[in-house]
Write a protein that binds this ligand. Structure first.
Ligand SMILES: CSC[C@H]1O[C@H](OP(=O)(O)O)[C@H](O)[C@@H]1O
Length: 337
């Protein structure tokens, strides 16, 4: 399928001696690039969400290790620093473990550069494969709702859930696309709509609080989301708000799809209860676009992920295949113990 007309964004660009990142904190108003010249700067960019999205932060971290190797600084320190950047997306740990294994095998900077490039290239290929597999599950004339941003900005390109939507639109199966704004960081409003408008894919933004009302209208047949960590029993951590979308979808007979590369699967984590949910600064909730919107003295609780139990998920789509009605057995069959 010809995807070239979609997905022209490459938010993570290796430049041989530095890493160029499209600063996602400023989109869509401003397209500004930042150059990371060491592992510490990559760590800070991940921590500050200048680069975000489970696969994208793993890819950026892999390049951070390459920078450390090129500069002959402590690789153990670089690995530890990068690993500490954010706790929930297992893609970060997966990518660093893969780089660590190459280091243990004696890889030099050039070999590590090839490994990081392979991680990035594999992610793009996985997204295009997932797009085809996920789109095939969607009946013609369907409407879909997505949450957060899971597109080219969050990956090596094409996207996970947004990749399924791109493929479903290209195949003529998806006729209506809705994107939730995704408070408080607004990945849906600021990033997903930016990608869809650039692709020329008609889409409607909705308030997060409008999702159940949309499902009740009959306009959508699928909720399609990404993931930050999929536990061994299929429980899935994703952007805050995903869990309540799954509950509402179940109530309204709307199907629920998780699209994520196998680098998001964590068979060492037994259930969703064991996933570390990132709590971010409450200031992100008390302000909008940098302007405080809540009375001084107010407090906030700002978990940025939640866990959807496997029982509320109709399909988990990875590049290895589709698991319908995910369970521990089904996960073990596809990913081993
Ligand atoms: C394919 S991106 C997966 C996942 O990452 C996002 O989180 P964040 O924007 O905080 O990095 C979101 O949960 C996406 O669904």
């Amino acid at each position: 399928m010809d995807y070239e007309r979609y997905d022209r964004i490459r938010a993570v660009q290796w430049q041989r001696d530095h890493l160029r990142l499209l600063d996602q904190r400023l989109l869509p108003q401003e397209e500004r690039w930042i150059d990371c010249r060491d592992a510490g700067q990559v760590t800070q960019a991940i921590r500050d969400l200048a680069v975000r999205g489970a696969p994208a932060i793993g890819i950026a971290a892999a390049w951070g290790v390459v920078l450390a190797a090129q500069q002959h600084v402590s690789l153990d320190l670089a690995l530890a620093q990068l690993r500490s950047a954010r706790p929930t997306a297992v893609n970060l740990m997966w990518a660093l473990d893969r780089m660590k294994a190459r280091i243990a095998a004696g890889a030099d900077a050039a070999a590590l550069e090839r490994e990081a490039q392979a991680i990035q290239d594999e992610d793009l290929a996985a997204n295009r494969r997932m797009g085809e597999l996920g789109a095939a599950l969607i009946a013609p004339h369907s409407g879909v709702l997505t949450h957060c941003n899971t597109g080219s900005l969050a990956t090596a390109g094409f996207g996970t859930a947004l990749g399924v939507i791109r493929a479903g639109v290209a195949a003529g199966r998806i006729e209506r696309v809705f994107a939730g704004e995704t408070r408080p960081w607004q990945q849906g409003a600021r990033l997903t709509m930016y990608e869809l408008v650039r692709d020329g894919i008609p889409a409607k933004l909705i308030a997060d609080s409008a999702a159940a009302h949309l499902m009740k209208s009959g306009e959508i047949q699928w909720v399609i989301v990404g993931a930050d960590r999929i536990a061994a029993n299929g429980d899935t951590a994703n952007k805050i708000g995903t869990y309540q979308l799954a509950i509402a979808a179940h109530h309204h007979g709307v199907k629920f799809m998780v699209a994520a590369p196998s680098s998001t699967v964590d068979m060492a984590t037994a259930t969703g209860e064991d996933i570390d949910i990132e709590l971010r600064d409450s200031a992100e909730l008390l302000s909008t676009a940098g302007r405080r919107t809540v009375v001084e003295g107010a407090e906030a609780w700002n978990p940025v992920f939640d866990v959807t139990p496997a029982g509320l998920i109709d399909a988990i789509v990875t590049e290895r295949g589709v698991i319908e009605r995910p369970s521990e057995l089904a996960m073990q069959a596809m990913f081993g113990r």
